[in-house]
Write a protein that binds this ligand. Sequence first.
Ligand code: NAP
Ligand code: NAG
Length: 307
Amino acid sequence: MGGAVLPLVIASVGVLLLFQILLRLRRGASVQGAVVVITGASSGLGRECARVFHAAGARLVLCGRDAARLQEVVQELGGNSADGRRQTFAPSTVVFDLARVDSVAKAAEEILKCYGHVDVLINNAGISYRGNILDTHMSVQRDVMETNYFGPISLTQALLPSMVQRRRGHIVVISSVQGKIAIPYRSAYAASKHATQAYFDCLRAEMGHLGIPVTVISPGYIRTNMSVNAVTGDGSTYGVVDKTTASGWDPRVVARAVLKAVRLKSKDVVLAGPQPTVAIYLRTLWPALFFKLMASRACKEQRRKDE
Ligand SMILES: NC(=O)c1ccc[n+]([C@@H]2O[C@H](COP(=O)([O-])OP(=O)(O)OC[C@H]3O[C@@H](n4cnc5c(N)ncnc54)[C@H](OP(=O)(O)O)[C@@H]3O)[C@@H](O)[C@H]2O)c1
Ligand SMILES: *[C@@H]1O[C@H](CO)[C@@H](O)[C@H](O)[C@H]1NC(C)=O
């Protein structure tokens, strides 16, 4: 009998690997001709997503606060063109500030005017934060929440009725590993991403019977200007390229994973290495150890600042 176990184990592992390979090979629906809205398209991951979705044939609406920087992206992507099987489209732009909730409803109207409907909304824009809670102004806590949470949910709610009416559409949000675990000196940011995760989890359940998928994507560090653009406790710009961000994932790799998640209508995707992945599980399965690790991380960072 003992002799039969090894082949059985090998066969099981083989089937599992084959299944994994098949899962990876799935391509899902095409985005050719789909109307895709990307917020924060002027920089970092959003700009990379613009490149990737443009090349895949999407009709883009690029959003940000800075018209000139968005125009640079439009210039780079170029006009309408068709090479045989793939057609690409010159992107449209809509300029607005997500932190000014009153401007978001107007922007949503402008977005809808571009092509008459939206197939995919990618809520990507966001701002990071560095600071300790004791020295952080309440206004900063609120500002980060406006940009990272109230802005995206306002835009989502403004565009949803037209999706529900057509029984078509797809809502995507770029959250963060920090939407699943909180690390010290990132309170405003981690809180805004936790809120994001919760809201879009509710939305997914509520949209299920309407056939509108909701995708939450949670990357670890990505090599962008995010830490440079981060806000600090007194509201000033951090302006530093953090080592963690500089050694993060290539934004092109993350953008391709976003395209894949859109095509497969994935529900929840974590894009991070083993360390953050283990931390996410630890937070649930062994919270006491997770809290100890975070406290020692906070001490270490404080000591480094005092030096
Ligand atoms: N980089 C990372 O390590 C990392 C890790 C996990 C998750 N993420 C998430 O990935 C997303 C993209 O970040 P990134 O790394 O690409 O950062 P980034 O290079 O700083 O880009 C942020 C984008 O958001 C836009 N934006 C910021 N505030 C805005 C506002 N009030 N209204 C409208 N647009 C605004 C910016 O456009 P304008 O300045 O032109 O308005 C810019 O295009 C964010 O949601 C971030 O939380 C990043
Ligand atoms: C970071 O900012 C610099 C200067 O504005 C810009 O040249 C560079 O392209 C930005 N990098 C990314 C990844 O957005």
